[in-house]
Write a protein that binds this ligand. Structure first.
Ligand SMILES: NC(=O)c1ccc[n+]([C@@H]2O[C@H](COP(=O)([O-])OP(=O)(O)OC[C@H]3O[C@@H](n4cnc5c(N)ncnc54)[C@H](O)[C@@H]3O)[C@@H](O)[C@H]2O)c1
Ligand SMILES: O=c1ccn([C@@H]2O[C@H](COP(=O)(O)OP(=O)(O)O[C@H]3O[C@H](CO)[C@@H](O)[C@H](O)[C@H]3O)[C@@H](O)[C@H]2O)c(=O)[nH]1
Length: 463
């Protein structure tokens, strides 16, 4: 089976970059990324791409208009393709059965229906979105029930790092065809094939394990703060054991991003449906601990500022969920900002990559506030860290952008209200140097000599 044309439904964070790399690595394959959003496709066809990813601009510039196309003509994309990636969003359900936990598969279903309606020749359909176990069966059911005469489908699950196929022989050919695409740049020994259910569950399991490591080290960060141990030292020691390993042991303000929470909630829901309440409770704790970490950090900010932030200017440095991205989905900065806004603070926010409108959207949408106008009045977004911090009572560092380490903190200290506070939610700053300048500093998983909290000054509070 030779793949000449690939179509991808969904021009998001996964579909856009994945297809750009396929186009770069497979010059003989024509790749068309389709989306129902005209705005998104226009952005992909413009000088300013809709997402920031290091190196992505160059790849798109090199391939766009040659063998990489972005289009809203979904019908043409589907009809011409040999292989179709479904890379649409699978958000957590916000209503009805499974609300707050189950993945909402309405976009997957609509993509499958579009394929069934429009396809006039055989297709390999590859589920690229992260889905609950057995979602491939839903796609198969929809396609089979609506198939045009003579059209055959092979469904594969290929979440991120696994290539997989159904067991029968045509399915195996489809698996080989997809492997062939990847083998243009990935050594064959690194391409794993397995059955659909294992593939789907592996994706949820991988994210659950990664998030669990972060919640584990974050839980210990609280123990460190209470005892005087240093969580970085603990992580370094524990990570030296090769059975544990050093990666993903960075204590933080909490994990964010579009995947971890959504996928664990999805796993929890799956376990509940399978009547496995103990397993569901086990994974729920990973999410609960993450919520605890965000709450704990924010409470520390408020308590340190004499238990009131009302009308105080607070600088938020970093708004994306991690460095090197403009993505704000589930960013811990949203929780921190919302809580401070609820307490009456005036926020001055700076992030090197997040768009201004995106920050306003995250802090004023209907899910987080019933008073968008009041909130809007209390937010100011800045072009530089220096302008955000001028006149501030406190700096709350939410994202580990490298440029924050290079700031001139003496200059910043002079420009701030006194006492000047820094809350380093990512443990990236030189705390001793900041203390020497005169700052009151607090961070995650380490008690500092001049923390400046109420408790450090001899009174009560702080759990
Ligand atoms: N973001 C990540 O880092 C990441 C990594 C691995 C897996 N995933 C998974 O991949 C999937 C996609 O994630 P994303 O971050 O790219 O989402 P996204 O929201 O950035 O993009 C999804 C796109 O699909 C489009 N869409 C929805 N229905 C459509 C349809 N029927 N036809 C055409 N377009 C349609 C939407 O308009 C949107 O632009 C999710 O299941 C996610 O869990 C995401
Ligand atoms: O030691 C660590 C590592 C990460 N984080 C935080 O965890 C979140 C997620 O980070 P990361 O995993 O790097 O980002 P994602 O882009 O969300 O990638 C995850 O989610 C994707 C979507 O499913 C998967 O494909 C990836 O393998 C998986 O790492 C971020 O807020 C990080 O700041 C920590 O707090 N401590």
């Amino acid at each position: 089976m030779v793949i000449e044309k690939i179509c991808c439904l969904g021009a998001g964070y996964v579909g856009g970059p994945t297809c750009s790399v396929i186009a770069l690595k497979c010059p003989n394959i024509t790749v068309t990324v389709c989306d129902k959003s005209v705005e998104r496709i226009n952005q992909w066809n413009s000088e300013k791409l809709p997402i920031y990813e290091p190196g992505l601009d160059e790849v798109v510039k090199k391939c766009r208009g040659k063998n990489l196309f972005f289009s809203t003509d979904i019908a043409k994309g589907i009809q011409e393709a040999d292989l179709i990636f479904i890379s649409v969003n699978t958000p957590t359900k916000t209503f009805g059965n499974g609300k707050g936990r189950a993945a909402d598969l309405k976009y997957i279903e609509s993509a499958a229906r579009m394929i069934a309606d429009l396809a006039t020749s055989n297709k390999i359909v590859v589920e690229k979105s992260t889905v609950p176990v057995k979602a491939a069966e839903i796609i198969m059911k929809i396609l089979r029930a609506n198939t045009k005469p003579g059209v055959e489908y092979q469904i594969l699950s290929n979440p991120e790092f696994l290539a997989e196929g159904t067991a029968h022989s045509r399915g195996q050919k489809a698996v080989q065809a997809l492997c062939w695409v990847y083998e243009h740049w990935i050594p064959a020994k690194n391409i794993l094939t397995t059955n659909t259910w294992s593939s789907e569950l592996s994706k949820l399991a991988a994210n659950a394990f990664l998030a669990q490591r972060i919640s584990s080290i974050n839980s210990l960060s609280a123990v460190c703060e209470a005892t005087g141990a240093d969580v970085s030292e603990v992580a370094r020691a524990v990570g030296r054991d090769s059975r544990i390993g050093p990666k993903f042991l960075e204590a933080s303000i909490g994990f964010g991003g579009s995947c971890f929470q959504k996928d664990i909630l999805n796993l929890i829901y799956l376990c509940e449906c399978l009547n496995l309440p103990e397993v569901a409770a086990y994974w729920q704790q990973v999410v609960s601990l993450n919520d605890y970490q965000k709450t704990r950090f924010t409470r520390k900010v408020i308590e340190s500022l004499f238990n009131t932030v009302s009308d105080k200017k607070i600088a938020i440095l970093g708004f994306s969920f991690k460095k090197n991205t403009g993505d704000t989905r589930e960013s811990p900065a949203i929780y921190v900002s919302n809580t401070l806004l609820d307490e009456g603070a005036k926020l001055h926010i700076y992030d090197p990559k997040v768009e201004v409108d995106q920050i306003y959207y995250e802090l004023t949408n209907a899910y987080v506030t019933s008073e968008p106008e009041r909130v809007r009045k209390n937010i100011q977004i800045h072009d530089t860290a220096y302008s955000a911090v001028t006149g501030a009572h406190a700096i709350v560092l939410c994202t580990e952008w490298d440029e924050f380490k290079e700031l001139d903190f003496k200059k910043i200290y002079d420009a701030m209200m006194k006492p000047a506070y820094i809350f380093d939610g990512r443990k990236i700053l030189d705390h001793e140097a900041l203390i020497n300048i005169g700052f009151h500093v607090q961070t995650i998983g380490k008690r500092l000599s001049r923390a400046g909290s109420i408790r450090a000054q001899g009174s009560q509070t702080m759990p």
